[in-house]
Design a protein around this ligand. Sequence first.
Ligand SMILES: Cc1ncc(COP(=O)(O)O)c(C=O)c1O
Length: 396
Amino acid sequence: MSALPAIYPRERIPKNAVLTAGMFRTPSDPVPASFLDVGCSKFVSSGSMAIRLCLTHAAIGAGDTVLLPAYHCISMVEPVVWRGATPRFYRIHDDTSIDLADVRSKLDRSARALIVPHYFGFAQDAGRIREFCDRHGLIYVEDCAHAFFGSHADRPLGAFGDYAIASPWKFFPTFDGGLLASSRIDLDDARLAGPGAYYHCKAALNALEYAFDYGRLGALKIALSLPLRAKSYLWRNVKTVDPEVPSPNTQSPDSAGEQCSRWHAQAMSWPSRLTIALAATASIAARRRRNYQKLEAALRGSSGCRALFSGLPDAVVPQVFPLLVDDPDRVFPQLKHAGVPIIRFGEFLWPGVDERTCPQTMDLSRRVLQFPCHQDLRPEELDWMIATIHHVVEHR
Ligand SMILES: Cc1ncc(COP(=O)(O)O)c(C=O)c1O
């Protein structure tokens, strides 16, 4: 008999960025290097959709192989399979850097593209990967889903690949969002389907509802209580009429899959585009770094865990704080029961990926827990999370 999935209480603090009144940029604010500097870009509904659009644009399909890291999430692999191509998995090292010797051993005539993520915002040696792809005739897909900001060798992340993808909802308070960009290839002919008006409305109202749920924008909550109820009613009916209408909440691989069942390469909602265009990006980058550093300093020296990466290089704007835990089978459920938000990249791997494919991945997939360090954590929320992690990790 299979075990029932565990039921955990609602997360006590927001896992993702939250709309706030102070999130907008003023004309004098500096603008840090970001994915928006890469070049020609297309705004789509999710990172997964961006990978799909990239593969379509590069005419990758049946008979082709796409090289993916063994340490992945399912939504990176699905677009490859949707295109009819074959995913093949390569090894990474303990520090999440790509094992190029293993990639080389996996090359054959069918290998067309290499997808490499900058895990958690920490840059891979993108220059070396660029050279490798040039030497072997591979299309380099630079996966910046965790790295909307940041640079490598003084160039924005995303500028090294033939194509680059991003997942801005991991950095901005939006409920959808993906980007395909290229500094080398003209994407003007990449076609997108525009979503209906209800999708735009729901994307806006969902972002507001998430903020209200976590005690932000209180006055607006009262003013909008009627439209929010109308939205829930309408959405229920739209879904009844057409169950394939895509949900704007792309925060699970399942919903990304739902979007692709019929709605190929769907465009990003307007509220999300606007949020990204108007956000105070310098403050987002600075706060994420500050929160990360606070987590790292507070947990340094704790027994039973350590930060996955030592230090925070100047050019990194972290997506999350990845913590390597000795005893995840005890720590994870205890933290979840306490209401701590945890992201577990690579918790579920594509069937067939195992110890033989990449032992390092199996270890990371089990032991790395990621905690939010986003810009909208209040100081007391961060302090509570740190104290709870401390308590659970140290009290065996
Ligand atoms: C490295 C990486 N690439 C791509 C994706 C797909 O992005 P999205 O969730 O926006 O579809 C994810 C999702 O978590 C990811 O972690």
